[in-house]
Design a protein around this ligand. Structure first.
Ligand code: BDR
Ligand code: CA
Length: 310
């Protein structure tokens, strides 16, 4: 598999990247950075830190969008992933890595043209870069072998102050609208599926105790999100939004339930802007454009984490 990761690292983005870097038979061709969980500068720095901790070979990293397509309608919440996006990580290793000069959306289009039909793309943050690539080259989606994204809600149970919207779509609803409209087929890992597939806290503690550089990085970066999650009685354990999306991409055998539907995004609702709208009954008469994942094997995901942190 030749994979491109578009990301707003992000504690759980970092974990998802770790799963990809340690998965056999896979090459990470590029990582594209987008603003979301933290500023674009922090995202790029965080990508380098993950690559350094994992002692990864050089992987081209591209700077993408610094803000959503319509920036004035959104505010970042600095409390979720810490001020730096990695749980206020102390003592980062110095890095030799440098960001590429080419903008992320231009690189996405170029890479897709160089290897049409070969590249798998996963989006772990707001869809701004992917939307820009779709606008730069309307044939971009057709040149991507498979597109997976973490984002959206499937029953209006969200995680933002627009309570029906999930964070990545909430950050840039126009981008999500453009991407869902442009890609003939996407795979969606929603917020509700995330809530239903947590690691029990004992499993989280076992991973956080793995005595390796990767294990300590996992423990140190996840302290902030762990404390936040434990404040909500509705949250059943340690949540894994981006790692679940990565896991079902890396090993589709982990998928236990999914269904195909037409999905778009609400752009105007006063209380629902950024909510994904799903035509469960086929009432629009539009072809399904999204495979919605609703069930997966968390035991298999845990085994991936053990391998990545060991
Ligand atoms: C998504 O929002 C971000 O906080 C996470 O990194 C994940 O991509 C979950 O709603
Ligand atoms: Ca993310």
């Amino acid at each position: 598999m030749q994979l491109i990761i578009d990301t707003d690292v992000g504690v759980d983005d970092a974990q998802a990247i770790m799963l990809a870097l340690t998965h056999p038979g896979l090459t990470v061709e590029a990582i594209t950075a987008v603003s979301g969980n933290t500023t674009l500068d922090n995202v790029v720095r965080n990508i380098f830190t993950v690559l350094d901790v994992m002692q990864a070979a050089d992987i081209p990293v591209y700077r993408g969008a610094e803000c959503p397509l319509l920036p004035d309608l959104w505010e970042r919440d600095p409390n979720v992933h810490g001020g730096d996006g990695l749980g206020d990580l102390p003592d980062r290793p110095p890095t030799h890595r440098e960001v590429e000069a080419e903008p992320a959306a231009v690189a996405l289009v170029r890479l897709a043209n160089e290897s049409p039909g070969e590249l798998t793309l996963i989006a772990l943050g707001p869809l701004t870069n992917i939307a820009l690539a779709c606008r730069l080259d309307p044939d971009f989606p057709q040149k991507i072998k498979q597109f997976v994204f973490m984002g959206g809600t499937i029953s209006a149970f969200g995680n933002t102050r627009i309570v029906t919207a999930e964070f990545n779509v909430h950050c840039d609803p126009e981008a999500a609208y453009i991407v869902l409209d442009a890609f003939p087929q996407s795979v969606m890992l929603s917020w509700e599926t995330t809530m239903q597939h947590a690691f029990p806290w004992e499993q989280y503690d076992a991973l956080a105790a793995i005595p390796t550089a990767a294990g300590r990085f996992f423990r140190d970066t996840s302290r902030t999100t762990r404390a936040l999650l434990q404040r909500y009685p509705q949250v059943p354990g340690y949540l894994l939004p981006d790692p679940l999306a990565m896991a079902i991409l890396l090993d589709p055998d982990l998928i236990q339930a999914s269904s195909q539907h037409y999905v778009t995004v609400e752009l105007n609702g006063r209380s629902t802007r950024g909510q994904t709208v799903i035509d469960y009954l086929g009432l629009h008469g539009r072809e399904p454009n999204v495979e919605i994942i609703t069930g997966l094997d968390t035991g298999g995901v845990y085994a991936m984490f053990e391998r990545a942190l060991s």
